[in-house]
Design a protein around this ligand. Structure first.
Ligand code: 15L
Length: 279
């Protein structure tokens, strides 16, 4: 996105989940774009750089969340559980924690939130289906349900309180797609940075849901909403086909996972007849 089209650059940006897998890569890339980047997580990130500003906070603690959010213009919310967990953990970090984040942002006049949603909000769609952002949510896990909750919360805070919110249904964030499923859902670090910048800077953004995917020939998703906002992905999963096939060869056979977009999140705890399930 060019500077002219994007409007003014956010001054103070906070990134939650800074110690996680995505956060560890993104915090280096976003620091070049937002020099005053603040970081938070419940755990202290390993190898925190000299210039990095970190404040620990448990998202379930509203007072702590208010402290990290105060004075911030925009938030990249990656914090919380990033895979399937028992309900009490999902509830604490992704339901209560996500509510606290949006509510603290409202109280402190934050202008933009980029919410890291996930493909697992839609994981029970069959792989033969092409889904856009108008389709019903079809979560494949308690984790996926929590991401659908975060998207709904984003809509409420945009429509009722006027925050600008971009929900990115992240596919799989990595340098390269690591198996066949990821050839359809992979997003390169550079492409995710591009989407985050759209969420923080696009002058007309109110509330949008987009897919966090690169320019993948096998994509299952209609990402028209992202393209409308100016997204121009440069990653191409097929360029890493050999790498993905080598990774696939190491995976166990899992017919239920192979049927649905969410893969092993669908087969995990699955009971009954898969032919009668999914969207
Ligand atoms: C996610 O939402 C997870 O955070 C990540 O760890 C991967 O499992 C990814 O989805 C995926 O579906 O590959």
């Amino acid at each position: 996105m060019t500077e002219k089209k994007s409007g003014s650059r956010m001054q103070r940006v906070l990134m939650t989940g800074a110690a996680g897998g995505v956060g560890t890569v993104l915090r280096k890339l976003l620091k070049d774009v937002y020099p005053d980047l603040g970081l938070s997580d419940v755990a202290v990130p390993k190898a925190l750089g000299r210039g990095e500003k970190f404040v620990a906070a448990d998202l379930a603690d509203m007072a702590a969340v208010e402290r990290i959010v105060k004075g911030v213009d925009g938030i990249v919310h990656l914090g919380g559980a990033s895979v399937e967990k028992p309900w009490d953990m999902i509830h604490r970090a992704n339901i209560v924690g996500c509510y606290n984040l949006f509510e603290a942002a409202r109280r402190h006049g934050v202008k933009r939130i980029v919410f890291a949603s996930s493909n697992h909000a839609m994981g029970f769609y069959h792989r033969r289906r092409r889904v856009g952002t108008e389709a019903l949510v079809r979560p494949d896990s308690r984790y996926g349900v929590s991401k659908a909750f975060g998207e709904a919360l984003g809509a409420l805070y945009a429509d009722k309180y006027g925050l600008g919110v971009l929900c990115i249904r992240i596919g799989n964030f990595a340098d390269k797609p690591v198996d066949v499923r990821r050839l359809s859902i992979w997003i390169s670090p550079g492409d995710l940075v591009q989407l985050i910048r759209i969420g923080l800077e696009h002058p007309e953004l109110r509330y949008e849901v987009v897919y966090g995917a690169s320019d993948n020939a096998r994509s299952w998703w209609d990402n028209a909403a992202a393209f409308r906002l100016g997204y121009k992905p440069t990653g191409r999963a097929e360029e890493h086909l050999k790498h993905a096939l080598a990774g696939q060869a190491k995976l166990p056979i899992d017919p239920i996972a192979d049927m649905f977009q969410g893969g092993p999140f669908c087969s995990d705890e699955f009971v009954g007849d898969p032919e009668t399930r999914g969207g």
